[in-house]
Design a protein around this ligand. Structure first.
Ligand code: UPG
Length: 328
């Protein structure tokens, strides 16, 4: 039995690839390496191409038949909110044509199961303290829209072609399951603060006048290792049969404010820099926390790492790639 992982050379995908390899499962990775890194996939077979290209459906189907693929874990997509605002047509093409090709190839090759990377971005700016999967989805940027549309596409394909699917809505992912698999991008709070500290600059807090306990934005931070583990739980469950509730929040159910995260980073790194408060960043909802009860019930999965684990592991990974950081 083998599993095809699209985007397996990326930050989250590489964690899933490694977990599958630890279970001695055969893994095939398709990645265009536009942001991924071939070194991250270990001894998995790596095919380098763009899944949104016109011939990708046929290439994917041939690979699935050739490798007797039983399931697909689909990560390959564009994921930057700001970039999606500037290049919406490209985001829709990459994320939805890519998914369309993956689903089409599954139908062609008779592959039954797919685990899809969705995002809490589908909710937009929820005005509830904790978000359940049934909360209305009103994504506020093209990135979130492609994830929401992707969920619809999967549901329609599942109904028409008998596919089994799990759609995982990730909350704020951080940390490193292995030191060499840390997040290489500097696009989110944890790596952005690491970068500032490494340069000897004060960490930035975007807004402290939100309607939250300390005035800074609250998020549900999920360790990338826990997230990868959730994919394996979904995969194992799909091998048994279709899921009745296939849309699942992947978070911890606990929120931390930006100030709490920054303070934890200062503690772990031993930095005495004083955070600097700037104005609000456009488009940030004050609070985004998962109701994670459904995934507990459906998959028996719960996060097992806390904020300290996330920051400590992320810092180890950061220092592997930025040796100068330890001396900062
Ligand atoms: O130097 C920084 C960087 C970020 N922030 C704040 O930290 C919070 C978290 O920001 P970030 O890590 O960029 O994550 P989000 O904007 O919450 O978005 C992430 O989490 C979403 C799901 O919750 C995904 O949809 C997005 O793709 C992913 O980037 C926000 O309030 C930011 O304004 C700061 O105050 N200072």
């Amino acid at each position: 039995m083998s599993t095809l992982v699209t985007g397996g050379a990326g930050y989250i995908g590489a964690h899933v690839v490694r977990l599958l390899q630890e279970r001695d499962e055969r893994v095939i990775v398709v990645d265009d390496l536009s942001t991924g890194d071939a070194d991250r996939v270990g001894d998995a077979r790596l095919e380098q191409f763009d899944i949104a290209a016109p011939d990708a459906r046929d290439r994917l189907a041939a690979l699935m038949r050739d490798e007797h693929v039983e399931a697909v874990i689909h990560f390959a997509a564009k994921k930057q909110v700001g970039e999606s605002m500037e290049r919406p047509l490209w985001y829709y093409r990459q994320n939805l044509d890519g998914l369309n090709n993956v689903l089409g190839a599954m139908v062609d090759a008779g592959v039954p199961s797919v685990v899809f990377s969705s995002s809490a971005a589908v909710y937009g700016e929820p005005d509830v303290p904790v978000v359940t999967e049934d909360y209305h989805c009103r994504p506020i940027n093209p990135y979130g829209q492609t994830k929401f549309a992707g969920e619809w596409l999967i549901d329609a394909a599942a109904r028409a072609h008998g596919l089994r699917a799990a759609k995982l809505r990730y909350f704020n992912v951080a940390g490193a399951g292995w030191e060499d698999l840390g997040d290489p991008a500097v696009l989110n709070l944890v790596p952005m603060v690491f970068e500032r500290i490494t340069r000897g600059e004060a960490p930035l807090i975007f807004g402290d006048d939100y309607p939250t306990a300390d005035g800074t934005c609250v998020r549900d931070y999920i360790h990338v290792y826990d997230l990868a583990d959730a994919h394996l739980a979904a995969l194992d469950r799909l091998h048994e049969g279709p899921l009745e509730e296939s849309t699942l929040n992947i978070g911890t159910g606990t929120g931390y404010s930006v100030r709490q995260v920054v303070n934890e980073i200062l503690r772990v790194t031993g930095s005495d820099l004083v955070p600097e408060v700037r104005g609000r960043r456009a488009g940030d909802p004050p609070q985004l926390i998962a109701d994670s009860s459904r995934v507990g019930r459906v998959l028996g999965w719960h996060a097992s790492h806390d904020l300290a684990d996330i920051v400590t592991s992320a810092w180890s990974g950061w220092c592997v790639r930025h040796p100068e950081a330890r001396r900062a």
